[in-house]
Design a protein around this ligand. Structure first.
Ligand code: NAI
Length: 398
């Protein structure tokens, strides 16, 4: 059964069909255990009243081998129809046609928010003295900025044409090495900024979080990143003035480099972060590293207007450890937890999050995390998943 979006609400049936892309490389190891854990937690939480029906769709190497296409139209059509989906890591095809499958998926469904919650789990080794103070949710703009892929390579006729235009028509004089420069364009719009900042503020209000911080480099890039800051504040004043006046929320801003320092020194000052595409990329990885690294960082790409959302492991296909039963499935599992929260199945989500933390507290984790834990016992992917399921079995539903 399909999820529907009516007005601002998702209408979720008790039996939800979730399309999934297994993923390449370790995707084949982590996706099956992840789906087992989700099924198990949903069964435990709702005793058969709710369940997920999984529907495999193809993308990446598996799709290329079977259909000759890295991202078949049918896959996109199914995600469009069913609104939500789960995705394992995908190989980025080298050369030819498609730049990145992940980018293609985001652009086609206009998934304008890259959502990355960052929190510390007890038991996980961290380079910080007080990692328990880290609890942030990053809203990274996903469709604009220098990441839009509008660029021309040095030495091509197109680069020369753009250079001529900039010099002759726009009277640009600051290009230091004309002949050997590549060029990129950085579009940042009012609409793109507003929908991202609106989503961040609505999320903060719904989850009773104290502040939304706009992170930017507007001191240098005045019209693009400076625009992001200005339009963000204007949107907040225009659409949320009541909440701001009542003290339900504070909207503030910080320059990106200062922000990266502050997250190490005073992470407790930040809760929801709204930022542009490139800043968001750096910030997501730094914050993930502060609480355990890419093996456990979950993520989702969402269009809050249409309801479309793809939940995904944030790491790649890890070709160096494929087939060794040592991949950490936590990033994918915690992304699935985000999916359960998104559709309102909070009891099942809570069971899984608590079970993963309980395992970490006892030093039970895959090698990438266990090696840094004082009492760490490295488990294989399957054994870690079994441990999590046993904890779920013995946990109360809350
Ligand atoms: P990667 O994330 O696959 O691996 C980087 C390092 O982290 C490796 O040492 C790997 O063993 C380790 N690692 C990653 N995930 C892990 C896990 N779950 N458990 C334990 N260790 C883990 O990045 P890399 O090597 O740069 O990329 C490999 C392929 O994946 C490329 O084709 C790349 O384009 C693609 N990729 C796909 C992404 C996606 O689908 N979202 C994201 C990043 C890369």
């Amino acid at each position: 059964m399909k999820i529907k979006k009516q007005e601002k609400k998702l209408i979720v049936p008790d039996c939800v069909t979730v399309p999934f892309i297994e993923g390449d490389g370790i995707g084949q190891e982590i996706m099956p255990v992840c789906r087992n854990i989700i099924n198990y937690a949903v069964e435990k939480a709702y005793q058969g009243k709710r369940r997920i029906e999984w529907k495999e769709v193809l993308a990446g190497e598996k799709a290329f081998k079977t259909t000759g296409n890295w991202l078949p139209d049918e896959t996109l059509a199914i995600f469009r129809e069913y609104l939500i989906g789960l995705k394992g890591p995908l190989t980025t095809p080298v050369g030819g046609g498609i730049r990145s499958l992940n980018v293609a998926l985001r652009q086609t469904l206009d998934l304008y928010v890259c959502l990355r919650p960052v929190r510390w789990f007890r038991g996980v080794a961290s380079p910080l003295k007080e990692p328990q103070k880290v609890n942030m949710v990053i809203f990274r703009e996903n469709t604009e900025d220098i990441y839009a892929g509008i660029e021309w390579q040095q030495g091509t006729p197109e680069a020369q044409k753009l250079l001529n235009f900039l010099k002759n028509e726009m009277k640009v004089t600051q290009i230091r090495f004309e002949k050997t420069s590549s060029f990129g364009i950085k579009p940042v719009s009012v609409e793109g900024t507003e929908r991202l900042v609106r989503a961040a503020i609505e999320y903060a209000l719904e989850n009773h979080l104290p502040n939304v911080t706009l992170v930017h480099k507007g001191n240098i890039m005045k019209f693009t990143e400076g625009g992001f800051k200005r339009w963000g504040y204007e949107l907040a004043e225009r659409e949320f003035s009541k909440e701001l006046k009542e003290g339900k929320l504070i909207v503030n801003d910080v320059i990106a480099d200062a922000f990266l320092q502050n997250t190490l020194l005073t992470p407790e000052n930040y809760s929801v972060i709204a930022t542009l595409n490139l800043n968001g990329d750096y910030i997501s990885d730094q914050l993930a590293a502060m609480v355990g690294g890419i093996g456990i960082a979950p993520g989702a790409n969402i269009n809050y207007k249409t309801g479309h959302a793809i939940f995904e492991a944030t790491h790649g296909t890890a070709p160096d450890i494929v087939g060794r039963n040592s991949a950490n499935p936590s990033s994918l599992i915690l992304s699935s937890v985000m999916m359960l929260e998104y559709i309102g199945w909070k009891e099942a989500a809570g069971l899984i999050t608590n079970a993963i933390e309980e395992a970490f507290i006892h030093g039970k984790a895959t090698y990438d995390l266990a090696r840094f834990m004082p009492e760490g016992k490295a488990l294989g992917t399957m054994q870690f998943a079994e441990t999590v399921m046993t904890i779920i079995e013995n946990s109360p539903v809350s």
